[in-house]
Ligand binder design. Sequence first.
Ligand SMILES: Cc1cc2nc3c(=O)[nH]c(=O)nc-3n(C[C@H](O)[C@H](O)[C@H](O)COP(=O)(O)OP(=O)(O)OC[C@H]3O[C@@H](n4cnc5c(N)ncnc54)[C@H](O)[C@@H]3O)c2cc1C
Length: 434
Amino acid sequence: MNPQSLDQPWGRGFRVEHRHAFADGATLPAATFLPRGLGRSYGDVCLNDGGTLLHTFRRDRLLAFDEASGVLHCESGATLADIAQVMLPRGWFLPVVPGTRYVTVGGAIANDVHGKNHHIAGTFGRFVDAITLMRSDRAAPLELTATDPAFATTIAGLGLSGLMLDVRLRLMRVPGPGIEQETHRFGGRDGSGIDDNLELDADSSGWAYTVGWIDTLDRGLRGVFFRGRHAEGPASWFAPQPSRLTLPIDAPPWLLGHGSAKAFNALYYHLQSRRKPQRKQVPIWPFFFPLDAIGGWNRAYGRRGFIQYQFVVPTTAARETVPRILAHLRDAGVASYLAVIKTFGEIASPGILSFPMAGTTVALDIPAPDARDLSALDRADAMVADAGGRVYPAKDARMSPAMFRRFYPRWHELEAARDPAISSSFWRRVTARA
Ligand SMILES: Cc1cc2nc3c(=O)[nH]c(=O)nc-3n(C[C@H](O)[C@H](O)[C@H](O)COP(=O)(O)OP(=O)(O)OC[C@H]3O[C@@H](n4cnc5c(N)ncnc54)[C@H](O)[C@@H]3O)c2cc1C
């Protein structure tokens, strides 16, 4: 592990000071602390400036698996990468995965992460049967199940409700290590991208996974729609391919900017140039985790780093609000290389601070924002809030306390349930007096 990365969020860009402790026994640090998984959160939910990080990577054992129910009992520092690699050859896979497999079970629960199958599966937390939680104010660990009120403040609890020690997680059966994948190019005519994307989504019953890449710098919001479903595949696909490339150095600043983002997006779109959909069988790994193939890809944004801005707006507002927010960011000169759009389904999330809601979510990678970009994002926050939507804490390092309270009006219930010894940079920032 790169020691410097312990003091930075995944988006890099800034560094804070920590002390480090390791969750390998049954005691908690004497000082205030924050549990920490693999630090794949883009912003400051996984930072505790001036305090202690309690690392969970030594608690990474898979303890037991019940073939009849599909329930895996594992420690909270077990990674989705390890679980998938061990369970896939046995015919099982994780029911929800984010865009990287280098995430711990504890981290996936604490942000109640979502995947490309949200429309049929909901969030990660829905597949958690039980959590063993250790708190500084309780002598013995608590055994939480879904009916326990403390469950809803631990799922999407941003690590604040206690240290998860181990978890019972329901896996799902899959036919093999393959994905049947279809890609469709869409949009390109003025403003047509959102309509085309929503239509493709509506037309995707029978497809477990859907997601779109969009070129936010193009007025038509053109893009490429991906859909997939589990399939068989050759035995060689059980093992993930090793990273093909590792970025050893930070990219130079001239590589990044509005002009190069525009060129990159146009190239990517035209590489998918066929009008008719492309269908092929691919291994599970590049379908779900394309960026994992490039080790340290976050260095591509250079020393100044990047942020990710992810918002969701309700279904009724999506058609009108998403293009308006993207046009606003484009006009403000906010460049994004990688923008992903996804329609969330109706399934309710189990956490009181879970991010997903029925509607459309967009995630934008934005290189090294300057003050001008940040004020454009503040304006975007207001547009999201006015539409009844919210911004994702796992990706955030900048939303204001006032906006946080509009996005998550039940935040004070998490504050009431917070372990008094736990805090994070994020929590201190968004709960500061406005
Ligand atoms: C390339 C990439 C793609 C991504 N795609 C998606 C996506 O599609 N969907 C999505 O929802 N997210 C996505 N994410 C975000 C990522 O899934 C979340 O930030 C996830 O929570 C990171 O897990 P982690 O183990 O790295 O935890 P960290 O980032 O280290 O911590 C996250 C939170 O979990 C808490 N925590 C960790 N372990 C414990 C524990 N044992 N007990 C209590 N609290 C704990 C921490 O305190 C912190 O609040 C992506 C991130 C990357 C880098």
